[in-house]
Design a protein around this ligand. Structure first.
Ligand SMILES: NC(=O)c1ccc[n+]([C@@H]2O[C@H](COP(=O)([O-])OP(=O)(O)OC[C@H]3O[C@@H](n4cnc5c(N)ncnc54)[C@H](OP(=O)(O)O)[C@@H]3O)[C@@H](O)[C@H]2O)c1
Length: 325
């Protein structure tokens, strides 16, 4: 199988990543429960069983409770730590933590450093494999970010670094101050959120004027060997059983086509949705956010599925609601 950029960067990660945003029970400041831990154990085991060795966190998921329950399970199986890749993010400050009446971003050195201490404590681990800067802070001082990264690297608290929801220009700016290379950019990309493809095919076209995907970012990441990770990769199940939530006829038609392909190829609908994303030559790593063991297993089937280019274009055409211009 083709190696993904992360593997070329020396990180032997599985192609699929388990997103841990749903772990930890209710999003509140109440303590985690035994049931929350039990659920996390079940989700983690399902992921490990299908060969997933990479887990995506953020300090803010369930206000820290996602990392706490994950940490509780890790403590039960101490040998697990060394065989998995744990990624987390910082840089968003929810109002519950600041006392402000609004959420804000924060890339101040002090905030990055204290956030990582919090992440390590909740997860109960000595080091984080990868730290991502969650969302670009308009007030960021690249020199300060670089100093934080340097401090985290030399203390051994974080091994590798990346970003999330950033454009090529933002990564280049930050990178110009940092010796440590950014090896990941995590963005929303799926069969439903197709801006990442539209940005490429609607160059010099009127229809491209309202695109939301940052121009040139896909190409920049490929050039620089930065791993693209897709959040929302399952499109919240829109094409694999959850279409009823959408009033968009394109979603219905695409879900139907996904179903036809899944029957033809004797696989799960989730596998078709993810295989479509993975066929792109950028070597995208889908992050799956489901908490259901049967859906995790269904996602795992994607590794064994290959779509023809005609099938890929068929799904793309259906999702965008018309053939390419
Ligand atoms: N970097 C960022 O800014 C950012 C933002 C958002 C998320 N993320 C990361 O990406 C991961 C995945 O993101 P995501 O959870 O938004 O996207 P997702 O994987 O596309 O969607 C998962 C959600 O869809 C539901 N779902 C899936 N199939 C379904 C079906 N057939 N019927 C009903 N519900 C279905 C799941 O519920 P069940 O649990 O019931 O299956 C879950 O709530 C997160 O865990 C997180 O790690 C990163």
């Amino acid at each position: 199988m083709r190696r993904i950029p992360l593997q070329q960067n020396g990180v032997l990660a599985s192609r699929l990543i388990l997103g841990c945003m749903a772990m930890g029970g209710e999003r509140n400041i109440a303590p985690i429960t035994m049931n929350d831990i039990k659920e996390a154990r079940m989700i983690m085991n399902s992921a490990l069983q299908i060969g997933i060795n990479m887990f995506d966190h953020a300090d803010i998921y369930k206000l820290g409770k996602a990392e706490q329950v994950f940490g509780s399970v890790l403590r039960e199986i101490p040998s697990l730590r060394e065989s998995i890749i744990i990624q987390s993010k910082c840089g968003i400050r929810p109002k519950e933590w600041t006392g402000l009446p609004f959420k804000r971003y924060d890339f101040a050195k002090e905030h990055i450093l204290t956030s990582v201490d919090g992440i390590l404590e909740r997860l109960g681990i000595e080091y984080l494999d990868i730290l991502l800067l969650h969302r670009p802070d308009p007030l960021m001082d690249p020199e300060e970010v670089a100093a934080a990264i340097q401090a985290l690297k030399s203390s051994g608290k974080v091994r590798r670094f990346g970003v999330s929801n950033m454009s090529a220009g933002q990564i280049r700016l930050l990178q110009s101050y940092c010796d440590e290379r950014f090896i990941v950019n995590q963005l929303e990309m799926s069969l439903q959120q197709i801006g990442w493809l539209e940005a490429g095919i609607l160059v010099n076209h009127e229809a491209g004027k309202d695109l939301i995907f940052p121009e040139g970012t896909l190409e920049y990441c490929r050039l620089e060997n930065i791993q693209l990770q897709a959040w929302g990769a399952l499109a919240q199940g829109a094409y694999s059983g959850n279409a009823q939530r959408s009033e968009d006829h394109r979603v219905w038609k695409t879900a139907q086509y996904v179903r036809e392909l899944s029957i033809q190829k004797e696989t799960a609908a989730e596998a078709i949705v993810l295989a479509w994303l993975m066929k792109h030559p950028a070597g995208i790593q889908p992050i799956i956010g489901t908490s259901k063991p049967e859906r995790i297993e269904a996602c795992g089937q994607a590794i064994h599925i290959s779509l023809t280019s005609d099938e890929w274009y068929g799904l793309y055409t259906s999702s965008r609601g018309g053939e390419v211009t």
